[in-house]
Structure formats: C-alpha cells, structure tokens
Design a protein around this ligand. Sequence first.
Ligand code: KG4
Ligand code: ZN
Length: 339
Amino acid sequence: MSIKILAIESSCDETSAAILDNEKILSNVISSQYFHKEYGGIVPELASRAHVTTIEKITSEAFRLAGIATHEIELTAASQGPGLIGSLLVGLNFAKGFALSHNIPFEGIDHIESHLYSSFIGKRDVEFPFIALVVSGGHTILFLAESENSSKVLGTTQDDAAGEAFDKVAKMLGLEYPGGPLIDKLAREGNSDYHKFPVSNIKDSPYDFSFSGIKTSVLYYLKKNYPAGLKGKALNDVAASFQKAVVSSLVDKTIKAAKDLNIKRISVSGGVSANSALRESFIKYEREGYTISFPEKIYSTDNAAMIGYTAYLKYRNNPAAIRPAALLEGAYARFRYNN
Ligand code: KG4
Ligand code: ZN
C-alpha cells in the first residue's frame, strides 16, 4: 500500500505545502509572513491576503523539490481549524480545488491533532497510548492520546497559551514578534534563578494551566525595578527567570499526568516545543524510564508535513473513511476533543 499526499497548512501566518509518499516527507516548503512584526502581532486580513498570493508558488516549489508530477497525487489534505478563518479558507479551498480537479479524495485535518503527531515524523511509528502536550502560540493542551480517532483532553490553559505569554513578555522586554525564540536565545546566557516569577495553579484542576498571572507579574516587576527599560545581563536574567517559570509549569503538569495514568510515553509538540530549556527539562525524565518525543525543530512550528502525516495515519487506519472530494460539503471534523 502506497499513497502520495499533497498537504497544505495555512491556519495562521505560515503558508506551507508538503508532499508525502506514505509517512515519508518528500518536501515541506514553508513561507513565514515576517511582515506582521511591524504590527507587533498577526493582522488576520493581511495574513489571508498573503496566503492567497503565496500558496501557488509554495505548492509548485513543493512539487519541484519532491520530484513528482501533480497527476501522481492520490490524496489532498489541509488544516481545517482551529485557526484564523480567512487564512484557513485559503488553504482549504486550494486543497479541495486540487482534489476536485484531479478527482481524488480530500481530508480536512485538525491543526492541533496534527501538532500532536508531529513528534513522530521521520522517527518511530506512533504507539498508543501516550500523553501529549501541545504547546503553541494559540494553544496549551494536555491530551491522553488513545488511538488515531480518540484523544481525551486532560487539561488546557484557562487564559493565555504558553507561546502567547512568551510573545507578550517578549514585547515588554522590547523584543520583536514572535518573541519565544528570542527569549529562548537570551535565556541561554541568563541566570534562571535571578528572580522567582510565580505561575498560578488552578484549584481542583491539576492539569490545567494559567499564564496570564505571570505576564502581569513580569509587567509589575519591570515597572518597579527597571522603569527605564532592561538591557545587558539583566535582560538575559529576566528572560531566563520567566522562561524557567513557564517551563516548570508545563513539565510538572505533564509528568504528573503521566505518573497518575501510569503512561511512560510522552510527546511534546507545537511552536513552544522548540524551546531549548523545555526540551532539556523533559529529557531529564528519560532517566526515569520515560520516552520523550519532540518534533524535529522544523516540524515544531506550523508546517504542512504534519498535516500530511496525520492524513496518512488516518488513511492507514481506515482507507475507506477517506472520501472523494466531490462528496464534500464544507469543512467537517471527524476528530473531536472529548472532555
Ligand atoms: O505552533 P506555532 O507555529 O503556531 C501556533 O499554532 O500557534 O507556534 C508559534 C508560537 C509562538 O508563540 C512562538 O513565540 C513560540 O511558538 N515559539 C517559541 C519558540 N519557538 C517558537 N517559544 C519559546 N521558545 C522557542 N524556541
Ligand atoms: Zn500550530
């Protein structure tokens, strides 16, 4: 059984196209919309327009790099949400149009679910059950992944996502958007014990997260101690201290869930999973017999390879469930988060 897949991701500010031969990634082209930096965050209408102008070029490049022709594709897939609706529509309609014109099936893929599987791309096969922490700019969700069709939400953020907290604190520190990678870089030269920033816990919800309090505490700390702004070593130290607090919360809750449910396999994915301190903290648990999977860094932030990989897993699990594109009426989600 072999299937060639064209996958598209356009849920936020990355336009991406990937071509797969079964689980193997033949190409994965990503175009990031850096122009949002000047607005300090993503402007949805500009994001959609940029997807419209880029998607065809990105897809042609994916075909060129994969070295295959359009008629060889047997299945198309696209991110169908969550995400910016205007942005999603560009990728969804492009992929559906391709499917209709080639008379092949189309599969809408849940963006979060695809992050959840991204840590297995190019590595070992997915083995259930596992605990999955999906931590990105828009989401911080802890799952119990039971099968290709069932993932239970154990906990989620009650306010800001972890990546959002990184981006907002980075802004306070005078850094560009997205600030997560910049904080990560500054923190490498900083003392993470310089200041203890508190991270809230949610009463009676041990697996839920909250990151809006830490954002406020960084704001007040800076106002009080560095009213003229932060520079030099203090900038590294504050970045490292903030990062330590967020990382501890993410790691502690994930490990608690794994211990409580007696599951030794853990997957950590999404944009924030690129964070070096987060990776180091999780890796330490391998000594205690945990298997920790991270995506390769290129698959941590939004990319189409993870969409194609998830479509492949669904096809492998149940080929008959993949329907001809002509039968589709709008986006639909077969995958549901059951709380
Ligand atoms: O998964 P992603 O590309 O988009 C969403 O689905 O949200 O994640 C983007 C988020 C941004 O908030 C960005 O600051 C954060 O991931 N991020 C990081 C790092 N690299 C990306 N946060 C901390 N450390 C990093 N190295
Ligand atoms: Zn994402």
